[in-house]
Design a binder for this molecule. Structure first.
Ligand code: PDD
Length: 287
């Protein structure tokens, strides 16, 4: 079956869907994106992702190209046309196409919207996640506005590749103060020896993950102890458990940090329970 992409109002064959060479996303990474999980044909935490999209656009002073209601239709239609039951839907908004000039283009330039959807092998992902992943740590080298979900992901691309070359799946950034900020494409968590779930507050230095927010709500509802405070690499290495969250990872146990096992070197029970029960607590809306 051929894939379909939505590009500025049209559904096109994915293989030859294109944007102009002077799209500001291409030239300046002048845009934002969202990734939403699709599960059993439903969009997971869609409202959270659309809320964050609005915020990211606002921070960059990019107009939202179409209203939320229309965007929801496009997301669903892209999922439907690609027959995605389990996978992801990706959306990107850039400031539009204009002659290359750092200044914002004139008001008449419309922001550009691209939406794609891609199936995932849920069973395979489940096996991978349940085995746990290894992470490396790397110095934080990103701009301070990582709270905005921009498409400017070069530092993330470089550390993810560095992780892969080191036999790991994720890189955790470590700030100058020695605290872990987040992963290259995930939020970072530990479970302390006292059994407290810990992640740093989303008040700066990280992307405020939608999955993170759902996991915090779940921890509260399940009366698990949690704490939004930063942790160091040593605290993580000495923790009982560690895990990552993202729309693409749900909750994924971390079994080693820089080659040192976390806990007994196996996925921990808290992370596994949070993963198993995640979709009970996430919002799911029909795709
Ligand atoms: N990444 N931190 C970073 C740097 C991220 O890129 C992501 C998500 C997260 C988790 O956010 P959420 O729970 O809302 O997915 C945290 C997406 C999935 C990506 O770039 O593919």
């Amino acid at each position: 079956m051929s894939r379909i992409a939505y590009v500025n109002g049209r559904y096109l064959p994915h293989a030859n869907a294109a944007v102009h060479i002077e799209d500001r996303g291409y030239q300046f990474a002048d845009g934002v994106y969202e990734v939403c999980e699709v599960r059993d044909g439903r969009l997971i935490d869609e409202a959270g992702h659309l809320g964050r999209l609005r915020r990211s656009l606002g921070e960059l002073k990019i107009r939202q190209p179409i209203a939320d209601s229309a965007l929801r239709v496009v997301l669903r239609e892209t999922v439907r046309r690609n027959r995605v039951r389990d996978g992801i839907v990706y959306l990107q908004v850039t400031r539009g196409v204009a002659k290359r000039d750092h200044f914002f283009p004139p008001e008449s330039v419309k922001p550009a919207l691209v939406v794609t959807a891609r199936p995932a092998d849920r069973a395979k992902n489940e096996v991978g996640a349940l085995a746990g992943i290894k992470v490396i740590t790397v110095p934080e080298n990103r701009w301070p506005r990582v709270d905005i979900k921009t498409i400017g992901l070069l530092p993330n691309v470089l550390v993810k590749q560095q992780a892969r070359e080191a036999g790991a799946k994720e890189a955790w950034y470590v700030g100058a103060d020695g605290h872990v900020t987040e992963g290259g494409s995930t939020n970072a968590w530990i479970v302390t020896q006292e059994g407290i779930i810990r992640t740093r507050p989303a008040t700066g230095g990280i992307l405020s993950g939608i999955t993170r927010a759902t996991v915090l709500r779940m921890a509260r509802d399940l009366q698990m102890r949690f704490d939004e405070t930063p942790f160091t690499v040593d605290e993580a290495k000495g923790a009982r458990e560690a895990f990552n969250t993202a729309a693409t990872a749900i909750v994924t146990p971390v079994i080693a940090i820089d080659g040192a096992p976390v806990g007994d070197g196996k996925p921990g029970p808290v992370a596994l329970e949070l993963r198993r029960r995640f979709h009970e607590f996430a919002e799911a809306s029909d795709g």
